[in-house]
Design a protein around this ligand. Structure first.
Ligand SMILES: Nc1ncnc2c1ncn2[C@@H]1O[C@H](COP(=O)(O)OP(=O)(O)OP(=O)(O)O)[C@@H](O)[C@H]1O
Ligand SMILES: [Mg+2]
Length: 322
C-alpha cells in the first residue's frame, strides 16, 4: 500500500460529460487495484478550493471535450503547483485544435486528409451556397465536416451528396463557430496509443475499429456491440510500422507528454493518414486505449500508476511555457 493520494478529474461541463464520468470511474477503480488512494472529483467551480484543501500528490485528467483537453485545467494545475499526468497547456492547445495539429504535422511531412477551415462568418458574408459550391469544386465528395475542436464524433457529418451539405454545416456549427471540412479517406481505421517511458515515447499495438454501420459515430463509440475491435489491428508489418511511426511522430512534434492516442486511417495503398490526436483519451469499457493496453497483457491501473510516478518525479510545471 502506498500513501500517495491521487485525484482523478472527470465529468465537468463539456458535451462529453457522461463519457468522462465513465472514464473517471474505470480509471479510479483500476488505480485503486494498484494500492493508490484515489479520489474522484467532478470538476466544477470549487476545483481550486478543493485542490488547495486536499493537495493531492498528483492529478489525472479524465475530462474529455473541453477544459481537460484544451489546456485550461492544466494551466490551473500549473498555477497551483500540482503535478499532473499529460501534456502541458501549450501542447494541449496545439493538439486540441485539429487544424493546428494537422498543419504542424503536414509541414513535418506527415500525411493527413486535405482540409479547409471555414468560420461561420464566411457562410454568412459570402453566401452559403457559393461557399459550398467552391468547397466541393476544390475538395470533391465525399467530405467529412466536423467542429475543429471536440471529440466523440459530436457534430461530425459524412457528406456523400451536395444536398447533404447545408444540414451538415448547420449541425457542425452547433458545436462551435467554424467548420473543418476534410476529404473523406477510405481505409482501415486504427487508434494508436503512445506512452512515454524511460526510452522515450513508444507506440502500443494499434487497435482496429470496424464499425458495423460503416461509420464510427457517437452511438457506435459508446454502445457495446455496434463496433468490432481488433487488438492488435489486422495490418501487415509495413502498415503496422507506418501507423506506429505516425503516432510517435505526432506525439513528438506536438510536444505531447506521458500519453496520447492518435486516430489514423490506413488507405488501401498503405499510407497512414493522421486524423487527430487526443491528450486525454477515453478510458471507458468500450474505449480504445484500455484495449491497446490489455492487448499487451498489461493492466490499465499499472500503466497509469507509472505515469503518475513520472508526473510526481517531474514535479509541478513552470509557468514559463504557458
Ligand atoms: N477525413 C476522414 N476520413 C474518413 N473518416 C473520418 C475522417 N475524419 C473523421 N472520420 C471518422 O470520424 C470519426 C471521428 O473523427 P475524429 O477522430 O476527427 O473526431 P473526434 O470527435 O475528435 O473523435 P474522438 O472521440 O476520437 O476524440 C473517426 O474515428 C473516423 O471514423
Ligand atoms: Mg477521434
Amino acid at each position: 500500500m502506498t500513501d500517495r493520494t491521487v485525484a482523478v478529474l472527470a465529468g465537468g461541463l463539456s458535451h462529453e460529460r457522461d463519457v468522462s464520468l465513465r472514464s473517471g470511474r474505470r480509471l479510479s477503480s483500476s488505480l485503486r487495484d494498484t494500492g493508490l488512494y484515489v479520489e474522484e472529483w467532478d470538476v466544477d467551480a470549487k476545483l481550486i478550493s478543493r485542490i488547495n484543501s486536499s493537495r493531492p500528490d498528483a492529478v489525472v485528467i479524465a475530462l474529455h471535450g473541453g477544459a481537460g483537453e484544451n489546456g485550461a485545467v492544466q494551466s490551473v494545475l500549473e498555477i497551483l503547483r500540482v503535478p499532473y499526468v499529460g501534456a502541458d497547456p501549450r501542447a494541449c492547445r496545439r493538439a486540441w485544435d485539429k487544424p493546428t495539429a494537422k498543419d504542424e504535422l503536414a509541414r513535418a511531412g506527415l500525411s493527413t486528409p486535405e482540409w479547409i477551415t471555414l468560420p461561420h462568418a464566411t457562410f454568412r458574408d459570402l453566401g452559403a451556397q457559393d461557399v459550398l459550391d467552391a468547397l466541393v469544386a476544390r475538395l470533391g465528395l465525399p467530405l467529412i465536416l466536423k467542429p475543429p475542436q471536440g471529440g466523440s464524433a459530436l457534430g461530425l457529418h459524412l457528406v456523400r451528396e451536395v444536398a447533404e451539405l447545408p444540414g451538415a454545416v448547420v449541425g457542425c456549427l452547433a458545436y462551435g463557430d467554424s467548420v473543418l471540412a476534410e476529404s473523406f479517406v477510405e481505409g482501415v481505421e486504427v487508434a494508436v496509443t503512445v506512452l512515454d517511458g524511460p526510452d522515450g515515447p513508444r507506440a502500443l499495438p494499434a487497435v482496429e475499429i470496424d464499425a458495423t454501420s460503416g461509420f464510427y459515430d457517437y452511438t457506435a463509440r459508446y454502445t457495446a456491440g455496434l463496433a468490432t475491435f481488433h487488438a492488435p489491428a489486422r495490418l501487415d508489418s509495413a502498415a503496422a510500422a507506418a501507423v506506429a511511426d505516425l503516432a510517435v511522430s505526432a506525439h513528438r512534434i506536438l510536444g505531447l507528454r506521458d500519453v496520447s492516442r492518435t486516430d489514423v486511417v490506413v488507405t488501401p495503398d498503405g499510407v497512414a493518414q493522421f486524423l487527430e490526436v487526443n491528450v486525454a483519451p477515453g478510458l471507458t469499457e468500450t474505449s480504445l486505449l484500455p484495449m491497446a493496453i490489455e492487448s499487451t497483457g498489461a493492466h490499465l491501473g499499472t500503466i497509469y500508476a507509472a505515469l503518475i510516478e513520472r508526473a510526481i518525479a517531474r514535479g509541478p510545471g513552470t509557468l514559463s511555457r504557458n
